[in-house]
Design a protein around this ligand. Structure first.
Ligand code: NAD
Ligand code: ZN
Length: 405
């Protein structure tokens, strides 16, 4: 096949075929070899990432090497860099919200081929383990996170840089021109999907949207409150609206976020900085006793408590979406004894390999918003600028263009 393509490229063939041949030739020429490419490396916590040349080993059995085309920057990347404080999780290539094209596949891979459009998944779906077989959860026993949740990375990485092993953050590492994943952690998506938009379906949007529709199971006519209006919170607002909520109260300490929340369906806006009372009391007064559903999309244990206490007794459901593993949380037992439910969600409860291609199709059918989340677009070289924007609440999502398609 390879030789055949080389031949047809050199003789006079119509332009289209010569282009296809050229593309395939380029895709396959690197197969089986170590690729040297650009990646942003987080060498240590609390320091800017550094753009370096790294070596990416060829995929092993059941693995896929992917050329990353675009990636979002999510708060979980910032959490690892600035908040998590686990030195063992470095050096690493961060990024877990990407989309790309299959460059080559390892032995035994039959469902993917070079040229396929794909989204790397930070939760795998092997389809075989007891969790994958249960409709009750989207966890997968073969996920990197079962072994190394503490370092938030897959230590069995295919990356090296300056002679050192570099970890694959969340098993994905999308701040790199190339990355390698096991096929159980890759979703094949529609050929016409724009990768610089659907990359957001690798994390933030399914997380918030699914938290509302899958985990909270928001009901038509209900009243909801969403705490934190980053991409995750705004996606939760979008999920509440899709589920038919009558009232969606958007809560954020940054008032600049409210305008955007309106676009996704928020009906009321509360800035805790403008109230001296606890925010749960403010919401109780606005809603005659509390909301039916609340979603914490900040990653702060105090906010988690306040989201729980904002729920109405009897049936209120509060979902933890924000990511933190630094502190215990607390609440008075009476909150739960009185009938409230406290739950958490990873990736919005979506079974990743099944769910992501469906969400891509919903976006293509204009049933799901994605473009509205993208406030900035940059190249990978500016990854630290994207981080600064998020740190200072100046963006919703920055999409980094990593390599040309
Ligand atoms: P972001 O930084 O863009 O948004 C966070 C928002 O919370 C900001 O608008 C900020 O102003 C607001 N906020 C901060 N303190 C607040 C307070 N006290 N009260 C109300 N609002 C407050 O982050 P993001 O990318 O949208 O991610 C949100 C959270 O979701 C993070 O903790 C992230 O790690 C987590 N996350 C969880 C999962 C999961 O699977 N559970 C997946 C992705 C992200
Ligand atoms: Zn994320």
């Amino acid at each position: 096949m390879f030789l055949y393509l080389r031949q047809i490229q050199t003789i006079a063939v119509p332009f289209f075929f010569s282009e296809v041949a050229h593309t395939l030739h380029r895709v396959m020429a690197t197969a089986g070899q170590v690729i040297k490419c650009k990646a942003a490396i987080a060498w240590e916590p609390n320091k800017p990432m550094v753009i370096e040349e790294i070596e990416v080993a060829p995929p092993q059995a059941h693995e896929i090497r992917i050329k990353i085309v675009a990636t979002g920057v999510c708060h979980t990347d910032l959490y690892h860099l600035f908040e998590g404080n686990n030195k063992e999780g470095f050096p690493a290539v961060l990024g877990h919200e990407g989309a790309g094209i299959v460059e080559s596949v390892g032995p035994g891979v039959t469902k993917f081929k070079p040229g396929d459009k794909v989204i790397p998944l930070f939760i795998s779906q092997c389809g075989q383990c007891k969790f994958c077989k249960s409709p009750k959860t989207n966890l997968c026993e073969r996920s990197w996170s079962n072994e190394r949740y503490d370092v938030m990375s897959d230590i069995d990485s295919r990356f090296t840089c300056r002679g050192k092993k570099v970890l694959q953050f969340m098993g994905t590492s999308t701040f790199s021109e190339y990355t390698v994943l096991n096929e159980i952690a890759v979703a094949k998506i529609h050929d016409s999907a724009p990768l610089d938009k659907v990359c957001l379906l690798g994390c933030g949007i399914p997380t918030g949207y699914g938290a509302a529709v899958n985990t909270a199971k928001v009901e038509p006519g209900s009243t909801c409150a969403v705490f934190g209006l980053g991409a995750v919170g705004l996606a939760a607002v979008m999920g509440c609206k899709a589920a038919g909520a009558a009232r969606i109260i958007a809560v954020d300490v940054n008032k600049d976020k409210f305008e955007k929340a309106k676009v996704f369906g928020a009906t009321d806006f509360v800035n805790p900085k403008e109230h001296s009372k606890p925010i749960s009391q403010v919401l109780a007064e606005m809603t005659n006793g509390g909301v039916d559903f609340s979603l914490e999309c900040v990653g702060n244990v105090e906010v988690m408590r306040s989201a729980l206490e904002s729920c109405v007794k009897g049936w209120g459901v509060s979902v933890l979406v924000g990511w933190t593993d630094m502190h215990d949380f607390s609440a008075r037992p009476i909150q739960l004894i009185a009938g409230r439910t406290w739950k958490g969600t990873l990736f919005g409860g979506f079974k990743s390999k099944d769910g992501v291609p469906k969400l891509v199709n919903e976006y293509l059918a204009r049933k799901l918003k994605l473009d509205e989340f993208v406030t900035h677009t940059m190249t990978l070289d500016r990854v630290n600028d994207a981080v600064e924007l998020m740190k200072h609440g100046k963006c919703i999502r920055t999409v980094l263009n990593v390599s040309r398609q």
